[in-house]
Design a protein around this ligand. Structure first.
Ligand SMILES: NC(=O)c1ccc[n+]([C@@H]2O[C@H](COP(=O)([O-])OP(=O)(O)OC[C@H]3O[C@@H](n4cnc5c(N)ncnc54)[C@H](O)[C@@H]3O)[C@@H](O)[C@H]2O)c1
Ligand SMILES: [Fe+2]
Length: 424
């Protein structure tokens, strides 16, 4: 096996309680007129007023768009760009959950290069650098503050769409865990499940043969050494703090660990990419209107079970990062990793089955067919996937029968190709 390592990220990540106070200085170094992008909730808080004051005290003019909707309907990119085009901002500040940061990133693309968001859907379609983005997350989940992707909802498509390019990585991530103290338990769970899924899907992703084209033609290159380090950091931190942050929202130590874990997960996903759990969540979310993190969290143990035959050593390492004793065999540790993930997500009340999420039983084949269309995610999965294999995962996740995947594993489509697809 040849080693592969790719590192992309913001020019700076400033992490820690109270770091938001650096916003004025950080932004003034990048521009003199900031487009601030947030949602109605954060826009009405005293913290938001304080941040705007900090910008103004640093000599930065502020134009604010405070209407971001969850999951960012694509028409909001045009609305926000229209507001901004009247004032010509030279820096964009995204404050809020992943939705606010994603809109900030998408608007920076359109303000710089013109056109419609759809001109940039897919990978590597942004032609050059965009207005600098400063990102302040208020959830510990998406990692968008460090990732090269903006996720949007386009009514013309069934699934969500992404603009993926290294040019979308924010210039500065200002990660202040105090901003997550207001997250209610349900949001803490969905964001935390998303972050855990990023770290685990990145750590178990396909391993691609090293080539000079790999990282210049692809945003998401599969498993890589540096991404692994971030993934394991994320898994360790989230495993130790998600339940605490969920059960006691004021537990600052847990909030800090969750936010650092989510940012680490963002670094991992930003180069390695995610896989089957994310591919299947898109159609599930489109039908059930359940949050992204809840969907990927519900699916994660089933996808780990499906991938187990190809990823025993990696899953064993996941178990160790989650606190398992090293005395067991790799096979037993791999099982323990899946069980620990399932137990943690159940403890924070992530629904255990797709039926619980409201996916109708007559839409299981359709869900698999739609998931297959997310080709970038499907081909990033360590075990090859076709529509039948995806349907088996969907069926098991719908009925809650993880054992069905275990029993069926040797005869699943593509099982024999699993060791060649990842270059090993
Ligand atoms: N760009 C990326 O790399 C990336 C990665 C994964 C997911 N995503 C996308 O990010 C979006 C999800 O982002 P999210 O999970 O952060 O949620 P979100 O931004 O959609 O926000 C969900 C709700 O939580 C509220 N909220 C946010 N912070 C809060 C706080 N501190 N206290 C109380 N309420 C708060 C928001 O106002 C909103 O009502 C989805 O569209 C998903 O597809 C993006
Ligand atoms: Fe995600």
């Amino acid at each position: 096996m040849s080693m592969l390592a790719v590192l992309r990220g913001p020019q700076q990540v400033l992490f820690g309680a109270g770091q938001r106070a650096a916003l004025g200085r950080v932004t003034a170094a990048l521009g003199s007129h900031a487009l601030v992008v947030t949602d109605a909730r954060f826009g009405s808080t005293p913290e938001f007023a304080d941040l705007v004051r900090l910008l103004e005290q640093a000599g930065v003019r502020v134009t604010a768009f405070t209407e971001v909707l969850p999951d960012v309907p694509v028409h909001q990119v045009g609305e926000c760009a229209e507001l901004a085009s009247r004032v010509s901002p030279d820096v964009v500040v995204g404050m809020g959950g992943g939705s606010c940061i994603d809109l900030a990133k998408a608007v920076a693309v359109v303000l710089t290069h013109g056109g419609q968001p759809s001109d940039y859907y897919g990978e590597m379609r942004v032609p050059g650098p965009v207005l600098p983005v400063v990102a302040l997350p208020t959830t510990a989940g998406t990692g968008s503050e460090v990732t090269p992707v903006a996720v949007l909802t386009d009514p013309e498509r069934t699934s969500k769409v992404g603009i993926s390019s290294p040019f979308l990585i924010p210039h500065t991530a200002l990660c202040d865990p105090e901003l997550t103290l207001g997250c209610p338990p349900g949001l803490t769970a969905s964001a935390g499940a998303d972050a855990l899924s990023h770290a685990i899907e990145a750590f178990t992703a396909v391993r691609r043969p090293v080539s000079p084209e790999l990282a210049t033609e692809r945003v998401f290159v599969g498993k890589s050494e540096i991404a692994d380090t971030f993934a394991l950091l994320g898994i360790r931190l989230i495993a130790g703090s998600l339940f605490r942050a969920w059960s006691d929202p004021t537990d600052m130590e847990a909030r800090e660990a969750m936010m650092l874990g989510a940012t680490a997960g963002g670094f991992a996903l930003g180069t390695a990419g995610t896989a089957a759990a994310h591919a299947i969540q898109y159609p599930v979310g489109a039908i059930t209107h359940t949050p992204h993190g809840i969907g990927v969290g519900c699916l994660l143990p089933y996808v780990m079970e499906f991938n187990r035959p190809s990823r025993i050593p990696e899953l064993a390492t996941v178990a160790l990062a989650m606190g398992a004793s090293p005395d067991s065999s790799p096979e037993d540790l791999a099982d323990e990793a899946i069980q620990r993930v399932a137990d943690l997500l159940a403890a924070v009340e992530v629904p255990r089955t797709l039926a619980d999420l409201g996916l109708p039983a007559d839409r299981l084949r359709w869900t698999a067919e739609q998931a297959l269309l997310a080709e970038r995610l499907v081909t990033n999965n360590p075990r090859p996937l076709d529509v039948d294999a995806l349907e088996q995962i969907v069926r098991a996740a719908h009925s809650g029968d993880r054992g069905a995947l275990r029993d069926a594993a040797p005869v699943l489509a593509g099982a024999s190709a699993a060791t060649t697809a990842d270059g090993r």
